[in-house]
Design a protein around this ligand. Structure first.
Ligand code: AMP
Length: 432
């Protein structure tokens, strides 16, 4: 009798003790970032009602149409092994009435995900991801901050030659016009497209922009670009995201062909790559982003919730672990609650606020901020509730003069100091 070899299912793998070290290192860096930026951890079930992904991610996306594991329970429920994390987080946000909490709500997750993909290097059917999501804030500074968080995590893991690719895919209004334009363009050239793209032409012409086939690439290079057809509001949003990224010196490339495969995205989308350094790395890295994400302002509504905007991203842990460089173990941040709150006013203040947060992060000093609350009174009120010792106020004037106002929350005394001296000054005061 022939005995079949017992082994892990195709595309799924064990994480052996040697590999656990890399996973643990990544986890520690994520936890540090989550604590620093004030994200709470969420674990959602591995099984969800399939409907959540059908409605949220979109029924005609590859992830849902071709790759989702679906099962029917004995009770007749149709459940899916979660193929991604954002829709589950959005479901939890609605289910637990998180719109009643102070906004934005910041959540992070870590766990296994499942996609029935063709197994190949760097692509598994069970793989691990971590993700960071910010719900309830539509400001472009949030998009920049999400990118900054992932970029910072990769830096802390000693990844070099990082490049962020960004694009805007507009909102439902401007995208529907662009889709029509794109359909017309590709339809007149459909005989020259690959068979998958001919199918995409009927279902979602945007996905054609993703195609890596050389014959499609030639046509894609001449196609109309979303960037030229954004509505005023989306154009302004994207311009501001890029200005924030410039302010924090984060290197990025505009990639007009980046669309990401999920229906819930709107406005900003991004991916982060590590540029290959050697031939062996090249074949794998060239194809695969380490991180992907974007804004999803319609997701919560798609799932039956209110009109709540969101922005986030996810990273593939096996991919990161595969390229980890040997380095010193990251130290766990001391669990400290913030003594500092950064209050900012206006665009200039927000920009400088992002830079200042980075400076405190480098010195491992915990800070809290609230980019969404525009009035100073609201921000000071929040800082007071948190019981912080000092509030750093960055208004238009301070931003222009390169200064920061330090407000002692106990005494109410305020003092203006130079921006490049403020971290040292706070360190000195906290040591007292
Ligand atoms: P996505 O959820 O498709 O945006 O993917 C986010 C990140 O997860 C990617 O940049 C990859 O690093 C990782 N990832 C996605 N699919 C897989 C897979 N099948 N196997 C391993 N890693 C994956």
């Amino acid at each position: 009798m022939k005995t079949s070899r017992i082994q892990a299912p195709t595309g799924m793998h064990d994480i052996l003790p040697d590999q656990q070290k890399g996973f643990q290192r990544i986890h520690k860096v994520c936890e540090n970032a989550a604590n620093f930026y004030g994200f709470g951890k969420i674990d959602t079930p591995i099984l969800e009602q399939a409907e959540i992904f059908l409605k949220g991610v979109g029924a005609s996306t590859d992830v849902i149409e071709k790759e989702m594991y679906i099962l029917r329970t004995k009770g007749g429920d149709v459940l899916a092994l979660r193929p991604e994390g954002t829709a589950s987080v959005a479901r939890a946000y609605i289910e637990h009435g998180m719109f009643n909490l102070p906004q934005p709500v910041k959540l992070w997750y870590w766990g296994p995900f499942f996609r029935h993909e063709r197994p190949q290097a760097g692509r598994y059917r069970q793989f691990w991801q971590f993700g960071f999501e910010i719900l309830g804030d539509q400001s472009p500074v949030i998009d920049a901050q999400v990118i900054q968080i992932f970029y910072g995590i990769l830096k802390d893991l000693k990844f070099k030659n990082l490049i962020v690719e960004v694009n805007s895919i507009g909102c439902t209004h401007c995208r529907s016009y662009y889709k029509k334009l794109l359909s017309g363009y590709f339809r007149s050239r459909s005989v020259s497209l690959c068979s998958t793209c001919r199918k995409r032409l009927r279902e979602n012409p945007l996905r054609i922009l993703d195609c890596k086939e050389e014959k499609c690439q030639r046509i894609i290079r001449q196609a109309p670009q979303m960037m030229d057809h954004l509505c005023e509001e989306c154009k302004k949003h994207f311009k501001e995201v890029l200005e924030f990224l410039d302010e924090i010196d984060l290197p990025y490339n505009l990639n007009p062909y980046l669309v990401r495969g999920l229906d819930y995205y709107s406005k900003t989308v991004f991916e982060i790559f590590s540029v290959p350094k050697s031939k062996e790395e090249e074949s794998l890295e060239k194809k695969s982003a380490l991180v992907g994400g974007g804004r999803y302002d319609t997701l919560i509504r798609r799932l039956g919730g209110r009109d709540v905007p969101g922005c986030g991203g996810a990273a593939g842990i096996e991919r990161l672990a595969g390229f980890l460089q040997e380095g010193p173990e990251p130290q766990k941040n001391a669990d400290q609650s913030s003594q500092i709150f950064i209050a900012q006013l206006g665009d200039m203040g927000k920009k400088k606020g992002l830079v200042l947060i980075n400076k405190f992060k480098e010195e491992k000093i915990q800070v809290a901020e609230s980019f969404s609350k525009d009035s100073l009174k609201t921000q000071l009120g929040r800082a007071d509730k948190m019981g912080v010792r000092y509030c750093l106020i960055l208004g238009q004037r301070e931003a222009l003069e390169g200064t920061v106002m330090i407000r002692d929350m106990k005494t109410g005394k305020q003092e203006t100091v130079k921006m490049d001296k403020v971290v040292k000054e706070i360190e000195r005061r906290l040591k007292k």
